[in-house]
Design a protein around this ligand. Structure first.
Ligand code: HEC
Length: 142
């Protein structure tokens, strides 16, 4: 039993060597989506940790394997939509993303449930949900 814990501690220490790159951009994105202020506030508090070039990290996000999970979520999220590169998407990509956005907000699939558990401030109220849907309806793929 004692040996087991020694091994466990060694493994936990060893995996700290593998540190994924942080999703932090130093520059303001010239290709970012332009949204009304009320929407920008919702995107910042509920979406942009995983769908922009800037994630707000907490201290525990530096610990492996938490850092790996966060990094995978951010990569996966940005692959679907990155609000910081909105104007660089082509017409088809935008069309596809707008459809996905509508669906993800209607079904309340986003933000991810696991994220809301540790970020209660990111929960979207019914009113905010409606504001998002109204805004998504105004997005154009051109
Ligand atoms: C904790 C990270 C995280 C947050 C916060 C988050 N997302 Fe996501 N999002 C993901 C991941 C991971 C995926 C890809 C996997 C999936 O679809 O579950 C994704 C997928 C999506 C997709 C594509 C869905 C599809 O059907 O293909 C859209 C659109 C989206 N997110 C919008 C949003 C919006 C809008 C918000 C804020 C209201 C948000 N997300 C918040 C991580 C996140």
């Amino acid at each position: 039993m004692k040996k087991f814990f020694i091994y466990l501690i060694l493994i936990v220490l060893l995996i700290q060597i593998i540190r994924p790159n942080k999703n932090r951009s130093e520059t303001v994105s010239a290709t970012a989506i332009v949204a009304p202020e009320n929407i920008q506030i919702i995107l910042d508090k509920s979406c942009n940790d995983c769908h922009s070039n800037n994630t707000n990290y907490e201290w525990y996000h530096n610990i492996s394997p938490i850092s790996w999970i966060v990094s995978l979520h951010v990569k996966d999220g940005k692959d679907h939509v990155n609000f910081d590169i909105w104007t660089s998407y082509n017409k088809d990509q935008k069309k596809h993303i707008i459809k996905d956005l509508k669906k993800s907000i209607e079904t309340r699939e986003m933000p991810l449930v696991g994220y809301l558990r540790v970020h209660p401030e990111a929960v979207i109220s019914d009113e905010e949900n409606q504001e998002l849907l109204d805004w998504i309806a105004t997005l154009k793929s051109e």
